[in-house]
Design a protein around this ligand. Sequence first.
Ligand code: PLP
Length: 301
Amino acid sequence: MVSKSYVWLDGKMVLRDSAVFDVLTHSLQYGSGVFEGIRSYKTNEGVAVFRLKEHMERFLRSAKIYNMELGYSLEELEEGVISVIKKNQLSQSYIRPFAFYNDNKIGLDVTGKKISVVIAAVEFGSYFSGKDKGIKCIVSSWRRINSQILPVQAKASGNYLNSIIASSEAKARGADEAIMLSINGYVAEGPGENIFLVKDNELIVPSEESDILLGITRDAIIKIAQNKGIIVKERLVHREELYTADELFFAGTAAEITPITYVDNKKIGSGHVGPFTKMLSDTYSEVVSGKNREFDWITLL
Ligand SMILES: Cc1ncc(COP(=O)(O)O)c(C=O)c1O
């Protein structure tokens, strides 16, 4: 890691300290940005980014949904991510591409407003301190947004107010994280993570109609599990199935695989990290660190 941090801003590498924006910036005031969250890992062949293309494709899709013309190709954005990791000499990092209205005129109208793209990255460890032994969750009283209200498939800043209010409720109630239900009462996802259940040796994951973000880690876990011959069912999941699952875990770029051992103060399975969760988590670690090359998912710098 270098002492000064650099970011990629509108195609140029600049000191992070010098990337300064007006307090009235539209996206700061109204949450009108789109972003990504990506990780890089150490491998035996050097640093590698996990599923870079898929993340940057989703970034462009999020922008498209909001009619934001970023002005960069997929390849230029991928190169931007790589150059930020290299310039900052990072290894195990979290990378945050962010596109926003860099305009300070009061008013909601975004017509003709300047859009900036910034890519920042920091060294990053576990998102949850209880990642290895399991975390405690509550079912939030706040429902997950859905596409009748805001496009859930756009990873947009404003969506995260819904996440933050649920997560804050969880902390206030003494839990580590929230699980959100969809407006129809089915299990949706965590504030920044998809959820998986293990029941009778099968893997169950809330389907697209549960108003979830279709996570890239979720997709990776489904494919890893299927490759191991595990039956994976994508379907609607009732709240009470959380309590009677044999195992539960979150999956996401930040959370990686995080076991959930309690929900609403009820013990899940044995109350310890279960064998499926452990096996999938170990395989995921091998895949992201390039030890397992069953999938073509890593981009070496
Ligand atoms: C709401 C939400 N769900 C799920 C996820 C997991 O997605 P991914 O695995 O692509 O990081 C994230 C994180 O990006 C998220 O913010």
